[in-house]
Ligand binder design. Structure first.
Ligand code: AKG
Length: 361
């Protein structure tokens, strides 16, 4: 029985659904579907993952306190970052005008250096500290905030499809953080009303995130821990295991405005009473790469960057040819994978992984 759609049509649809471009295109690149597919495939192939190691003695045992931490770079392009930031600013304007549900938008007073992080909460209302109604820190189940907006849902779909987040832990809430100059987030462990892993995506300006079991305060809002990790624009930092539950993390006062979006899945027993699961976020699947020679396994880009520059025109051509080859391989792997199978093994780690080892001073 034929569905009347070719494999190519299905691939086009899938790649389009992963794209953060609007329905009418809008990437500014012109070109037809094929170019867009290749573009998407090349982008997926260029995602890089870093793991981290920092051994510390905790309760008498040496452990890697950064176990479970992953930094995926180049997940969102510059154009996508601009769209997402514009969307955040639209919400900020609505929040300031009182057009969002009551506790969706919070803009605390900047009463001292470090303080004043603006938050926009979607999916659930998270209470950072005991509030004036006596609610303890955690999800307030009888409070309603706005649902996750469509563009942010697209981000979730991208992260699951591109193996950044596991399909077993699809976020159903998120918090946008707007840090103006000299604003920070203090060292903390994310509340267990949210399950692991969770992740945070970086926009507008690069900054450092610090991890540690102990922190030194250098001044108001300025903390140092035992590991400092620079967060590049469009990157996704995934926290799981010890990095989420043993080490604390903090973004010390930033030198210039920065936005981050933290995506988290709520513990089932903590979901707000009036929460309606979003049909768009059910049964998301990572692209299955089983048995395929996924281009991420070839550290092509990395090797090239390490080589001394040759004839510029020649190396540009070589790069283009290699990218086309990579795109072709991803498209082939997509074509061969139908129907998508889902199992634990499908969540293959993306390759060209790097492990960053921190040494204690
Ligand atoms: O802004 C960041 O990168 C970290 C945010 C964070 O730690 C949080 O939202 O709990």
């Amino acid at each position: 029985m034929s569905s009347g759609r070719s494999v190519d049509d299905k691939i086009s649809e899938e790649l389009k659904s992963l794209s953060l471009r609007g329905p009418a295109g809008g990437s500014g690149r012109g070109g037809g579907i094929l170019l867009e597919e290749e573009d998407e495939a090349i982008r997926f192939a260029n995602v890089r993952k870093k793991d981290f190691k920092l051994w510390e003695r905790v309760k008498g045992r040496m452990i890697n306190i950064l176990d479970g931490l992953e930094l995926h770079t180049s997940v969102f392009s510059a154009a996508e970052q601009r769209r997402i930031v514009d969307c955040v600013y639209d919400f900020q304007e609505k929040g300031r005008k009182g057009k969002l549900r009551e506790r969706t938008y919070l803009e605390p007073r900047k009463w001292m250096r470090g303080k004043g992080r603006v938050t926009i909460q979607f999916g659930c209302c998270y209470n950072y500290a005991l509030d004036r109604n006596g609610n303890p820190p955690g999800i307030i189940r009888d409070e309603v905030v706005d649902p996750i907006p469509p563009l942010l849902k697209q981000m979730i779909k991208r992260m699951v499809a591109w193996h950044v987040l596991p399909p077993s832990c699809i976020p159903n809430s998120c918090i946008v953080n707007i840090y103006d100059k000299d604003v920070c987030i203090s060292p903390h462990i994310d509340h267990h009303d949210f399950v692991r892993p969770f992740c945070t995506v970086s926009f507008l300006s690069e900054c450092n995130i610090v991890f540690g079991t102990q922190f030194k305060t250098n001044g108001p809002g300025d903390f140092s821990g035992s590991a400092t990790i620079p967060l590049s624009l469009g990157s996704v930092l995934v926290l799981n295991g010890n990095s989420a539950d043993v080490a604390k993390h903090s973004v010390p006062i930033v030198p210039t405005r920065r936005i981050s979006i933290t995506f988290r899945k709520m513990d089932d027993s903590k979901i707000p009473y009036d929460f309606i699961p979003d049909p768009d976020l059910q049964n998301l699947r990572p692209l299955s790469l089983r048995g395929q020679n996924h281009p991420n396994i070839l550290p092509l880009q990395q090797d090239q960057q390490d080589e001394p520059p040759k004839n510029a025109q020649h190396s540009q051509k070589v790069q283009q040819a290699q990218k086309a080859q990579q795109a072709q391989k991803v498209l082939q792997s997509l074509a061969l994978q139908r129907p998508m199978q889902l199992s634990e093994d499908d969540f293959l780690p993306l390759s060209s992984n790097t492990t960053v080892q921190f040494h204690r001073k």
